[in-house]
Design a binder for this molecule. Structure first.
Ligand SMILES: C[S@@+](CC[C@H](N)C(=O)[O-])C[C@H]1O[C@@H](n2cnc3c(N)ncnc32)[C@H](O)[C@@H]1O
Length: 208
């Protein structure tokens, strides 16, 4: 079984009892830091049940381009579609059941790539694809659990990407994304109940 298929199975199992409250709070923190203009092309990578895509869809005018929402788990995508229909924003999100890499977009066509609570499963390979997909000066925004508070189960530990070190704080996250060729990194630490999350934004260098 491929790694992506294993992850899809794990998150299909989790979809019915998913902790929406926590992920909504993470999405709010991410969108507070990064934001997206009404005309900007945005992707929610490893969108799960759409915490980020839904908040964005609810806050944008109906003429905004649909948010591209990609996830490998059929259960998560089904939950997201159902939540979007209930929130009357079905047309504002373009759901895709697919691996996050490569994103199903043309080169340099996105303004913003958002990725909540997922980069540590996807691995650093996504960063090359984000640079491909983003226009020069485009923005990334991602969240990672802080190493100081993350206590994954054995099942989750086995799925973590070895090349995405969990940050202890803002400086670690900023240094990591800068070392991978992004500019202007800014990170913030949020404590959400018993969990701590590091939220980061950075831009692709405008030098192509
Ligand atoms: C902890 S959940 C976060 C979901 C969502 N971003 C949120 O904030 O609620 C991690 C998500 O990553 C997805 N995922 C893991 N590996 C993936 C891959 N290779 N391609 C696409 N999605 C992936 C899982 O299916 C799952 O929905």
């Amino acid at each position: 079984m491929t790694r992506s298929a294993t992850l899809a199975g794990v998150f299909d199992d989790l979809a019915p009892g998913y902790d929406h409250d926590h992920h909504e709070a993470v999405a709010r923190a991410l969108l507070d830091l990064v934001g997206a203009g009404p005309a900007e092309a945005v992707a929610d990578v490893a969108c799960g049940a759409g915490a980020v895509a839904l908040q964005l869809a609810r806050s944008r005018p109906s003429a905004a381009p649909p948010v591209l929402a990609v996830d490998v788990s059929p259960g998560m995508i089904a939950a997201g579609r159902s939540r979007a229909a209930s929130a009357a924003v079905a047309a504002a999100i373009d759901w895709r059941l697919a691996d996050a890499v490569p994103l199903p977009v043309a080169d340099h066509s996105l303004d913003v790539v958002l990725c909540a609570s997922s980069l540590h499963f996807l691995g650093a390979r996504v960063l090359d694809d984000w640079r491909r997909a983003l226009r020069p000066g485009g923005r990334v925004g991602f969240t990672l659990p802080s190493a100081t508070h993350f206590r994954p189960s054995e099942r989750f530990s086995a799925l973590l990407a070895a090349d995405v070190p969990l940050p202890a704080g803002a400086e670690d996250a900023e240094a990591w994304i800068t070392a991978h060729g992004f500019a202007g990194a800014v990170s913030r630490v949020h404590t959400l109940g018993t969990r701590r999350v590091v939220v980061t934004t950075a831009t692709t260098p405008d030098d192509r």
